[in-house]
Design a binder for this molecule. Structure first.
Ligand SMILES: [Zn+2]
Length: 466
């Protein structure tokens, strides 16, 4: 039995793991690489994947860095199914359509620019796939229930467990029988923190022989949510006093609903005076409807807020902008206001247009609420880079940049260790992925201290014998 990572090995994006036994070949996730140009050049189908010989694909959750390359499989004639929860299918549908749309509009913009300046647009800039490929991909998806084992390929049974990271997210246990031996191989997917609104806490399985585990925040313990909300309230007050704009690069799914929930709480309790919220995302509202369709996945706290009607009331004060014209019209709105737009790491999408206009304004507050991969504009802002390039323009950053780790949808180091302690059987093997090297080194040494076993930190395409 062997495993090959085709992404998220030494960085956080592009999750993809090929598992091969003597009888079956199964791919777990096939995510997009996000960050700078060099990183994004890795958005290919690696030769080693042999798409037509794959027996099954398993998708842990609907974030782009886990599902973003799946349409490339459809394009290459992948014949089988993609197994995921039904909420993940809904999410992936939105996410992939949005990605296709963004790639198309980016390409059109580059072509217009190239035409104006009289040069040829680069072939590498062409969209990776289109809406038809996305539809083909969604048709291959087969919804599975949490906790119910299904045979996905000869000798391989998969069971999905709540990962608490986004609606529908899962850790997936594969029970693999080869001849007379059997192994339990667990893919963590992305692991959520405990106590986030909406989401249930992770409910992982036990007794794994091998665990392939994310390590995004392997070197950090998050501030608690209460302190984070206090800091958030303070930022909103400052923005109001300065008549500034609050720009939040956030993914339309998951983080956006979480933020709306916090706004609802802050405004309705009177802690912060209400101000307009612009959800500048064609899919933000759609995603919120998906949440409304899956209350069975909510935690008790959110069910209570949802029943009280506060959340629905709150949504009436949110201005959702669909068309490009509506988006541009936000430029004429007098601040203070809050603007949420994708992409979550400011690598593409409408947030870039707002950043190009307002990053040089000292009354602008940029609030970073999620992980920012190396090379992304979001990361450059977090790292306090003085001059950044946005849509081809060089901009001196005067805006105030706030990083709020407590809103993270990823478990911190302490929660990762607790999760790990729960799932492994004595002597189990741990393989750390989905983290930059500093983070996974740190988590590896903590795990080694606890178990006496040194985790493996694989590189891209490294063949691992299990
Ligand atoms: Zn994720």
């Amino acid at each position: 039995m062997q495993l090959t990572p085709y992404g998220a090995a030494g960085d956080v994006t592009g999750s993809a793991y090929l598992l091969e036994t003597s009888e079956a070949r199964v791919l777990v996730d096939f995510g997009m690489f996000q960050g700078n140009r060099e990183t994004e050049a890795k958005n290919i189908v690696p030769d080693g994947l042999r798409v037509r010989e794959l027996h099954a694909v398993i998708l842990t959750h609907g974030h782009l860095d886990h599902c973003g390359r799946l349409p490339l499989l459809a394009r290459r004639g992948y014949p089988g199914h993609i197994h995921c929860t039904s909420a993940t299918r809904d999410m992936a549908h939105l996410v992939l359509n949005d990605a296709a749309r963004i790639m198309e509009s980016d390409y059109e913009r580059k072509c217009r620019k190239a035409k104006k300046k009289g040069y040829k647009v680069c072939r590498d800039d062409a969209p990776l796939y289109d809406a038809d490929d996305v539809e083909d991909t969604i048709r291959k998806m087969r919804p599975v229930d949490y906790g119910r084992p299904i045979e996905v390929a000869t000798g391989i049974t998969a069971t999905f467990y709540e990962a608490g990271h986004m609606l529908g997210s899962a850790s997936v246990m594969l029970e693999i029988v080869e001849g007379t031996s059997s192994r339990r191989v667990l893919f963590s997917g992305d692991i959520g923190p405990t106590g986030l609104p909406f989401l249930r806490d992770p409910e992982p399985p036990t007794m794994a022989d091998v665990v392939i585990m994310e390590s995004t925040y392997g070197d950090r313990i998050h501030r608690n949510l209460g302190d984070t909300i206090d800091e958030f309230a303070h930022i909103l007050d400052m923005a109001r006093q300065q008549r500034g704009r609050v720009l939040i690069p956030a993914f339309a799914i998951g983080r956006t609903q979480q933020l709306l929930y916090h706004f609802a709480e802050l405004f309705s309790s009177g802690r912060v005076e209400p101000m307009p919220i612009y959800m500048d995302s064609p899919m933000g509202i759609e995603a919120t409807h998906i949440y409304e369709r899956h209350p069975e996945l909510f935690d008790d706290e959110t069910l209570a807020v949802s029943k009280s009607g506060k959340f629905t009331l709150m949504l009436r004060n949110v201005h959702a902008t669909h068309s490009r014209e509506e988006s541009q019209a936000i430029n004429r709105v007098r601040p203070p206001f809050i603007l949420i737009a994708g992409s979550g790491m400011a690598t593409a999408g409408r947030i870039l247009h707002h950043m190009r206009l307002y990053l040089d304004d000292p009354t602008t507050h940029v609030v970073i609420v999620g992980y920012q991969a190396r090379g992304s504009l979001g990361r450059k802002l977090v790292d306090k880079q003085e001059v950044v390039s946005v849509l081809g323009d060089k901009i001196r950053v005067q805006a105030q940049v706030h990083t709020l780790g407590g809103f993270s949808a990823h478990a911190g180091q302490d929660e990762l260790l607790a999760w790990h302690r729960n799932v492994v059987r004595p002597g189990a093997r741990t393989i750390l992925t989905h983290g930059e090297d500093e983070a996974r080194e740190m988590l590896a040494s903590k795990i080694e201290q606890e178990t006496g076993q040194r985790p493996l930190l694989p590189t891209y395409e490294q063949l691992i014998q299990l």
